[in-house]
Design a protein around this ligand. Structure first.
Ligand SMILES: Cc1ncc(COP(=O)(O)O)c(C=O)c1O
Length: 464
């Protein structure tokens, strides 16, 4: 057999290796349920990595509630086929429940958030329409838009969370449309794609301001906002309904995406939208039509998690989570301020908050606190390895997942973390930074996917 294909694939992987961006699966981590029986040589890591923000995956209450529901359910295995062929009662019931819970005219389940974004953006924007997206929006939105009939020049990014940049982009779209004697203004629509909480930065979309700019530039209303709430679901708003609901913007948003795989400890996703769009998706969204729908056990798991939202469990867990976030930011603000910025620092949006100790308690709850706290460093891999050796799992995030020069370790907090866990994290980060500085070999100015081999950072990481 020819080696042509193998050679090309190997060359691509080698090139990634060379540029220090080759992806690999992390080593398997023993599950928490196996913790008591795991050997001393496989210590349980403190989780600063998963998206299980509310620690529901290890909640004994949710576990027994789910098992009870499962044992009572008429169907639990498989789902039998595509939603279009086999419309399970459980699927139908969950959609009805979610449209009521989220106060939406209609709800449509997808197998994942990825499938939902691809399904939506590949078919709802029509030929001649424009999609304007935040530069940090999720890969699934890009994949959807690429598969759509929207022309390449009609897919336009704006600067992350920058309302002024959005205004400029929309102004340009409007100007171009008017040059065509206004016919496009009368015939076409603009879609804006944002996330309510960005997964790599822990920043919030200024949804209210975005709506104001949209209405200002396109007062005729042929402009539509689509909000991905993957990382906000369960944490923000009344009973964890998300940030659109928290801000009372349900009527201003064409579609919302809530995923079940993160804070809800389940799998799958729902798009909340109009009856018409739901119907259109059922007819044109290929990621919904040509796939086996979520199996019954998945539906029961998601339903059990929504019980935790409805009974207030999630709100309590979220409050604890955001207090942990506040505590960690306070510690990092103080402890990282003396290090060179390129070596280790908080991102601008967390550094620029006045020291949090100056806020009174009620004011704290209006702060933009999230469970996602990036710690910026030009040496994310050595820092992550160092923390791993100390029993903490905080992953390095590098280009191409984030822009060049914005490497970091991303700390994801969970309700199940303790203040002692956070103290340990802060101590570990500070100790690493001091050791790197003491080693004196590190080029603190180095950025991006630069190879760290031979630098003080690697030496410090490998000493452990
Ligand atoms: C913002 C955002 N949207 C969508 C998705 C996809 O969701 P799912 O994991 O359910 O496929 C993710 C997951 O990484 C995400 O972070």
């Amino acid at each position: 057999m020819s080696n042509i294909l193998d050679d090309k694939l190997k060359a691509a992987l080698a090139s990634r290796e060379e540029r220090w961006i080759r992806r690999r699966l992390p080593d398997p981590i023993p599950s928490s349920s196996a913790s008591s029986s795991s050997s001393p040589s496989t210590p349980i890591l403190i989780d600063f990595n998963s998206n299980d923000y509310l620690s529901l995956s290890s909640s004994p209450r949710l576990r027994s509630h789910f098992l009870q529901k499962l044992s009572r359910a008429p169907d639990i295995l498989g789902s039998g086929g595509s939603r279009l062929l086999v419309n399970g009662q459980a699927h139908h019931d969950l959609e009805s429940r979610l449209s009521k819970f989220f106060n939406s005219p209609a709800a449509l389940l997808f197998n994942s958030g990825f499938d939902a974004n691809v399904g939506f953006f590949s078919c709802i924007p029509q030929q001649g329409d424009v999609v304007v997206y935040d530069e940090y929006v999720h890969a699934s939105v890009h994949d959807g838009v690429r598969a759509s009939r929207v022309r390449k020049e009609d897919r336009v990014g704006f600067r992350h969370n920058c309302v002024e940049s959005l205004r400029v982009v929309l102004g340009r779209v409007k100007h171009n449309w008017e040059r065509h004697s206004g016919t496009r203004t009368k015939k076409n629509s603009v879609f804006i794609a944002v996330e309510s909480l960005y997964s790599m930065d822990g920043t919030f979309a200024p949804l209210q301001e975005i709506v104001e700019v949209m209405e200002d530039v396109f007062p005729a209303g042929n402009i539509h906002l689509v909000v991905d709430e993957a990382h906000s679901t369960g944490i923000y708003g009344d009973k964890g309904k998300g940030r659109v609901a928290m801000l009372g913007l349900e009527e201003k948003v064409l579609a919302r995406l809530h995923t079940f795989g993160k804070a809800l400890a389940a799998t799958g996703a729902v798009i909340l939208t109009s009856v018409l769009i739901r119907d259109y998706l059922l007819n044109y969204a290929r990621s919904l039509i040509y796939t086996t729908s979520l199996n019954y056990a998945n539906i029961i798991a998601a339903d059990a998690s929504f019980d935790m939202l409805e009974d207030g469990t999630a709100e309590q867990a979220a409050s604890k989570l955001l207090n942990l976030s506040l505590y960690l930011i306070q510690q990092l603000q103080t402890r990282l301020s003396t290090f060179p910025e390129r070596l280790i620092s908080l991102p601008h949006h967390l550094k620029s908050l006045p020291p949090l100790s100056r806020y009174s308690h009620p004011q704290l709850h209006s702060l933009p606190l999230s469970p996602i706290i990036p710690i910026m460093t030009s040496h994310p891999r050595p820092l992550s390895s160092y923390l791993l050796a100390l029993g903490m799992n905080a992953r390095p995030i590098t280009w191409p997942t984030v822009p060049k020069g914005k490497d970091r370790i991303r700390v994801c907090l969970h309700t199940g973390n303790t203040k002692e866990d956070l103290d340990r994290l802060v101590e570990g980060v500070v100790r690493w930074a001091n050791e790197v500085l003491d080693a004196g070999e590190v080029e603190v100015g180095m950025v991006g996917g630069g190879r760290e081999t031979g630098t003080g950072a690697t030496l410090v990481a490998s000493k452990l």
